[in-house]
Design a protein around this ligand. Sequence first.
Ligand code: HEM
Length: 171
Amino acid sequence: MRLILAATALSLTFAGVAFAQQPVPPGEQPVEPYVQSNANAGATPMRDKAVLEAFHGKEGIARITSDLVDRNIADPRIKDIFATADVVRLKRTLSEQFCYILAGPASDGGCDYTGKDMSATHQYQGITPRDFNILVENLQKAMDKEGVPFAAQNKLLAKLAPMSRQVIERR
Ligand code: HEM
C-alpha cells in the first residue's frame, strides 16, 4: 500500500513537472504533455546569415508562417484537414520551427522549437502526397508575398522535403 502511494506521488510529481514545463500560452488549447526538444523540429539548422536575411529575420519568418496557416485553412483542397487544428498554437510552433531551421537555437540568437515531432503531430491525419504538394505551393506563395528570393526559398524547401516521410500517411 505504502509502495502504491509512493508510486502515485512520484508519478504526480513527474506529471507536475511536465505540466510546469508546458504552460498553455494565451489563446491556445492545452495539449497532452510531451518531451520538448529542438530535435522535434525534424531538421538541423542552416546557420546561413544570408538566407536568414532573405527571410527578413524572425519577423519575416513569423509573417510567412502566419500567412501559410491562413492560406491552408482557407484552401478548399486541404482546409478539412485543419478543421480541428489549434490555429494559434500552429502559427506559434511553425514560426519557431522555421526560425530554428533558418537561424539555429535561441542560444545562438535564433529560436527554440517547442512543438511535437513531425510523426506524432501528423499521425492519423491521412495526409497524401497531393496534400503535401498543396501545402508547399501555399508556402511558396507566402514566401513570394514576403519577397524572399527563389534561391533562399529553395534552401528552406530542401530542409522540409525529407520531412514528407514523417508527414505523408497514405498514397
Ligand atoms: C514539411 C511539411 C510540414 C511541416 C514542417 C509541418 C509542421 C507542423 C508543425 C510544427 C505543427 C504543430 C506541432 C505542434 O502542435 O506541436 C503542425 C501541425 C499540423 N500540421 Fe503540419 N507540417 C507539415 C506538413 C503538413 C501537411 C502537408 C498538412 C496537411 C495538408 C499538415 C497539417 C497539419 C495539421 C492539421 C496540424 C495541426 C495538428 C493539431 O492541431 O492537432 N501539415 N505541422
